[in-house]
Design a protein around this ligand. Sequence first.
Ligand code: AMP
Length: 551
Amino acid sequence: MNGLIMDFQLTIPAMLRRAEQLHFAREIVTRRPDKSYHRYTYADMVERSKRLSLALGNLGIKNGDRVGTFSWNHYQHLEAYFGIPGAGAVLHTLNLRLHPNDLTYIAGHAGDKIVLVDDVLWPLFEKFKDQVPFEHVVVIPTTGKPVPAGTLDYEELLASADPARYEYPDLDERQAAAMCYTSGTTGKPKGVVASHRAIVIHSLANGMADTLAVCERDVAQAVVPMFHANAWGLPFCCTLVGSKQVFPGPHLDPQGLLEQIQEERVTITAGVPTIWLGILQILDKDPKAFDLTSLRAMVVGGSAAPPSMIQGFQERHNLKIVHAWGMTELCPMGTVANLPAGLDGASQKEQYAFRAKQGRPVPMVELRGRNENGIIPWDGQAMGELEVRGPWIAAGYYECPEGAASFTDDGWFRTGDIVAIFPDGCIQLQDRAKDVIKSGGEWISSVQLENALMGHPAVAEAAVIPVEHPKWAERPLAVVVLKQDQQASPEELIEFLTPHFAKWWLPDAVEFASEIPRTSAGKFLKSALRDRYRDYYATNGAAMKERKQPA
Ligand code: AMP
């Protein structure tokens, strides 16, 4: 017997209709490239999204066609988030920090027919545009200058459509709405294709109190780029619930972000740890420089939030970091480290220890860990590769047969992340499978060592990588960037780690660097460090301190 409930389709146009009916007066604010502000309301946003849908139809876009975006975070990008799926097409966000060769591959592989490009990004776009057979290039004018010859002007395109002629389409919730390629540090980038249904359920989940609790009263600042994992789903979720949205445009420097938080009274902001480390340094120098009392949560994910950073913000500035874990393949939210009720009366130390982990699964995300002995126990000790399943988790990659290796026979997604799982379901990420250090057959977590090193007052950043070793196969090497005008010797740093780790976990050597190379998403690019220090043992072996491995 089936339930007698409507088969209401969970689609992005239904989210837009709600914004039109309920949130029309709420504001959307963008910082333009010249730092001036653009302000309008959801009523304007809905109207312009409808115009975009119609204009794309006039240009020949049909159900299922891909339309790319090459843009910063701003109101026109938000219009594309709704206007492209609202035309039945697939929003394909292109990561502007990638190499032109990767962008050529990604836009070509996805088959983007039309692409929307910020005028200020034209010099980057020019580097690959002729390699991809786009049918039309639409330029979003943000500086008032005329668009390049041979392109369409976004504003003229919108002006050519009559929003009164827009009819909300009846789409199948399973059809593709948004597409995003994974950064692909190994192999070719792979396309993740989210359905309308996945995005709607993910948005509902982001609004839940034990997830990010995004609500109408919020003023949300998405620092995480809209070209990376859909800015963690915030633009969709905020539109569904009617939060005021604040976009930083290209101004992602700590100073610019702090100004925007203060001026717009931002309540929730989200980005990778690098951003917050920069912000913490500014606030530590002058704690009274900004009024940040409006902020209720700074969501941090993408790589591990160092415990010293969580504690530093809380104790020195009364600001709350909410640590979360996710992946492009998860739309991207997977776990959030909100303090469980059971830890209410716990000591500060225990509470911080929990908040530094990656957290418990968002409702409807299921997880398990697996190593060579099978499924690992939830004892906080055993390490294994994290596998997940749920209603917004990829079931495959777009036209990518080799991607099948990322899925188990019984339908779980293999994340490539190595975790320990605690009895309460909280995960602690130990490493990417490819970054974990395998010393004498045992695993050493580079993430834990990095987190601890970044707790040293002289350390700005630290990455720990494996170097080849004739006896143990791999041993850890720490690459450390010191804060300006600060000093620390390798011995002092190792001594600092000693109380917290088994002896054989301690790095055999510490190298100092002026910076840690980064990926397009602002994460440590460990493969570049591994290449740089590939022959480290051969040249420095004699000087490396050998630490005893357990029997
Ligand atoms: P992406 O698909 O580019 O967002 O990258 C996803 C990967 O980022 C995950 O598989 C993790 O390796 C890493 N990651 C995301 N969130 C965290 C976190 N809170 N702590 C540690 N690593 C993270």
